[in-house]
Design a protein around this ligand. Structure first.
Ligand code: FCB
Length: 460
């Protein structure tokens, strides 16, 4: 991945406003967060340690030595945060449930105080007319499950289904839309191949097994939550070859295979993509895939969540063609597309979102789609013109996708609040609401005001 860090100019001047009318009255306008990134209260009410507590406490893993121990202190401030959401006019709030609050050991004993927190949160949301959209797993695996092998071990998928059933039983009277996993690509490949995310292991073959067990966990959880509306959130990206040279086209095929099709095909076609299985055969086999797994994984979904930040322009990188890219990214290099970048170094290109949505509709399914994350990191405290421009452009791309027949039903901005941005710590700010970490004071940024006015003008 490219790591250029100059923030781009991203001027908003003269850019047309998206037309709220394009979205229809039932379109869901929301904002998203995740448990470890905002909650803090890491040892409160019986919460057990997660792989992110362990990883963040290991020297050199997170910029600045930051951890999520306090984060945005949302665990204590959730009422005020929900009031802020209501002020913005949000129709839905996507958050994640911390597995180690519910099952501190990862299985067995249930911690009622953890469930009570999410009961209070969902009640407060409903009191304000905001629909709760929980995700069951946004990367905070209970540490005891990692100690027992983590996602490369099949048993973790079974434990996930057990946990899903517990949460479903506790909250099904309040929650309609359930998301099983957030971005299993990141859990598998950043967690077990590159080691950039918790648990920080570098075992390429283990990463591919992890991907399968995450998908299996999704399928088993969906079974365990029978009767619920269930979806999964993937981080998909539009991958383009830098040139029409066969080697570059093949680099794009490999990355598209590992990042998009390795997840979409099992979920929506009940099979792994043959070219990817073939590429990987040199380094590992698929013997971890058992009879019946793909049927479980491909159980009908009610919706698909898409997280989109930036497209990828790639070229052949020379070197060994292990094609385990991100398992062996050495064989692919990313190319600068020449566009402005956000402060985290990701290129700004809303066309990539439009192309991705059209591709999903064309190649995969007519399933309702939700953008479950989209947003930008910029340093501006309050007058965040770069973020406003980014959001406007991407919301416009959504309107165009709908106009061209994409069944897009909702959009969640990432993120409601500035928060713990994983291995970047608190240095990267994605919030539409600024958080002063010293005082925990929240301040609306211009992007929050812009988003509220979009929703208010009939977008929501
Ligand atoms: C996504 C994650 C989310 C946040 C954004 C910037 O990959 O799901 O938690 O870190 O990126």
């Amino acid at each position: 991945m490219s790591t250029t860090t100059e923030p781009g100019p991203a001027s908003d001047a003269g850019r047309p406003e998206p037309t709220p009318a394009a979205f229809g009255p039932d379109f869901v306008w929301g904002a998203a967060t995740s448990s470890y990134q905002i909650e803090g209260a890491a040892t409160e009410d019986g919460r057990g340690p997660s792989i992110w507590d362990t990883f963040a406490a290991s020297p050199g893993k997170v910029d600045g030595g930051d951890t999520g121990a306090i984060a945005a202190d949302h665990y204590h401030r959730y009422r005020d945060d929900v009031a802020l959401m209501a002020q913005l006019g949000l129709g839905a709030y996507r958050f994640s449930i911390a597995w180690p609050r519910i099952q501190p050991l990862g299985s067995g004993r249930i911690e009622q105080r953890g469930l009570d927190f999410y009961r209070r949160l969902t009640d407060t949301l409903l009191e304000h007319g905001i629909e709760p959209w929980p995700t069951l797993y946004h990367w905070d695996l209970p540490q005891p499950l990692e100690d027992a092998g983590g996602w490369p071990a099949r048993d973790t998928a079974l434990r996930f289904a057990e946990y899903a059933a517990v949460v479903h039983e506790a909250l099904s009277d309040r929650v309609t839309h359930w998301t099983t996993l957030n971005e299993p690509w990141c859990s598998a490949f950043l967690g077990y191949a590159t080691g950039r995310h918790a648990p920080g292991r570098r075992e390429p073959a283990g990463a591919v097994r992890a991907a399968h067990h995450l998908l299996l966990g999704h399928g088993l959880a969906a079974e365990a939550m029978r009767g619920a509306q269930v979806g999964i959130t993937l981080n998909l990206t539009q991958v383009t070859a830098h040139s029409t040279a066969p080697a570059d086209l093949d680099a794009a095929r490999r990355i598209d295979g590992m990042q998009n099709r390795l997840f979409l095909d099992p979920l929506l076609r009940a099979r792994y993509p043959e070219d990817v299985v073939h590429d990987l055969a040199a380094t590992l086999d698929f013997r971890h895939v058992q009879e019946g797994d793909l049927k479980t994984i491909a159980a009908p979904l009610d919706f698909l969540g898409v997280n989109y930040y930036a497209p990828l322009l790639v070229a052949d990188g020379g070197g060994a063609r292990t094609a385990t890219a991100y398992v062996g990214a050495e064989s692919v290099r990313t190319v600068d597309g020449g566009r402005p970048r956000t402060s985290i170094g990701w290129e700004i290109d809303e066309q990539g979102l439009l192309d991705l949505l059209l591709r999903l509709r064309r190649d995969y399914s007519a399933l309702p789609l939700y953008i479950t994350e989209n947003g930008a990191a910029f340093d501006d405290e309050v007058h965040d013109t770069g973020r406003v421009a980014y959001l406007k452009g991407h919301v416009r791309a959504c309107a165009e996708a709908i106009g061209r027949g994409v069944p897009l039903a909702g959009y969640f901005v990432w993120s409601l609040l500035d928060n713990f941005e994983w291995s970047y710590g608190y240095a990267q700010r994605f919030g539409i609401v600024h958080v002063d970490y010293a005082t925990q004071r929240r301040t609306l940024k211009d992007s929050a005001r812009w988003y509220a006015s979009l929703i208010g003008r009939g977008g929501g």
